[in-house]
Write a new protein. Structure first.
Length: 262
C-alpha cells in the first residue's frame, strides 16, 4: 500500500457525508481569514491538532498528504517578514526588504493561519470518496446532475494522470527520445499528457452522453446520501473551534479584523 493512501478503517470520519466536511472546512476557513492575528490561528491549530487524532490517518500518511501545506506556511511567513508592512522597531533594511516587529508578527500570524486553514482542509478531503461526494452534492445540495457527474468523471480520471506520465516516460525512453535536457523533457511530456487528457476527456464525454448521463430526466441513485447526527456534530465541532479561537483572540486584545486600518 502506498504511503499516500489513507488506511480506511472503522473511524467514524469516513462515514460522514462529504458535504458536511466541505461545510466544516468552509466554516473554519471563513472565520480564520477575518482576522490577521496569531492568537486565533494558534488556538484553532491546537484544537485541530487534537481532533486530527480521530481523522483515521497514520502519522506517515498525514505527513505526506499535508507536506505541501508544511512547505507553503514557512514560505508565506518568510515572504511576509521580508516584505510585509513595516511597523515598530527595524531590525534590517535593504532595498525592498524591511524586517520590523510588525512584519515579524505578521509573518508568524500568516504561517499559523496557513496551517490552521490548510491542514484540516487536506485531512477532511483525504477521507472523501469521489462517489460519496457526488452523491452528497446531488442529493443533499441538489446541484445540477450534469455538473456533478462531470466533476465525478474528472476526479476519477485524475488518478490516471500519474500512470499516463510513467507510461509516456517509458515509451519515450524506449524510443531514445528525451534522454537529455530536463526542462525540454518535462515540457514535452506535459504537452503529450495534455493531448492525451483532451482525447480521453472527449471520448468519455461522448460515452457518457450516449448512455444518457446528459438527460434532464430526474435521476435515481444507487446509494442514498443522508445528512444525520454525525454531520451535524462535525459542523458543531467546526463552529465551536471557530468561536473559541475568535473569543480567545478578542479577549486577549489581539483580534485584528482584516477591514480595520489598525
Amino acid at each position: 500500500m502506498s504511503i499516500l493512501t489513507p488506511h480506511r478503517g472503522t473511524q467514524a470520519v469516513y462515514a460522514i457525508n462529504p458535504v458536511a466536511k466541505i461545510g466544516a472546512a468552509f466554516v473554519l476557513s471563513l472565520t480564520l481569514i477575518l482576522s490577521i492575528d496569531w492568537v486565533s490561528a494558534a488556538v484553532a491549530l491546537v484544537l485541530e491538532g487534537i481532533l486530527f487524532l480521530w481523522a483515521g490517518l497514520t502519522p506517515k500518511v498525514f505527513f505526506w498528504r499535508t507536506l505541501p501545506v508544511w512547505i507553503a506556511a514557512p514560505a508565506a511567513a518568510l515572504t511576509t517578514i521580508l516584505y510585509g508592512r513595516p511597523s515598530g522597531e527595524t531590525y534590517f533594511q535593504f532595498s525592498l526588504i524591511h524586517i520590523t516587529d510588525g512584519s515579524i508578527e505578521l509573518g508568524i500570524a500568516t504561517m499559523l493561519r496557513v496551517l490552521a486553514i490548510g491542514l484540516p482542509a487536506v485531512v477532511l478531503f483525504v477521507t472523501v470518496d469521489p462517489t460519496d461526494l457526488a452523491d452528497g452534492l446531488a442529493q443533499v445540495l441538489h446541484l445540477p446532475n450534469r455538473f456533478v457527474l462531470g466533476g465525478l468523471a474528472g476526479l476519477r480520471l485524475m488518478g490516471l494522470f500519474l500512470d499516463d506520465w510513467r507510461s509516456l516516460k517509458l515509451a519515450r525512453r524506449a524510443r531514445g527520445v528525451g534522454d537529455s535536457g530536463r526542462i525540454r523533457r518535462f515540457a514535452s511530456l506535459g504537452f503529450a499528457l495534455l493531448v492525451l487528457s483532451i482525447r480521453r476527456g472527449s471520448k468519455l464525454a461522448t460515452a457518457m452522453e450516449a448512455r444518457g448521463f446528459g438527460s434532464r430526466i430526474k435521476r435515481t441513485y444507487a446509494r442514498e446520501s443522508t445528512f444525520g447526527w454525525r454531520e451535524v456534530l462535525l459542523m458543531v465541532i467546526a463552529a465551536a473551534v471557530a468561536v473559541t479561537a475568535v473569543s480567545v483572540s478578542v479577549s486577549t486584545g489581539h483580534w485584528n479584523f482584516i477591514g480595520s486600518t489598525g
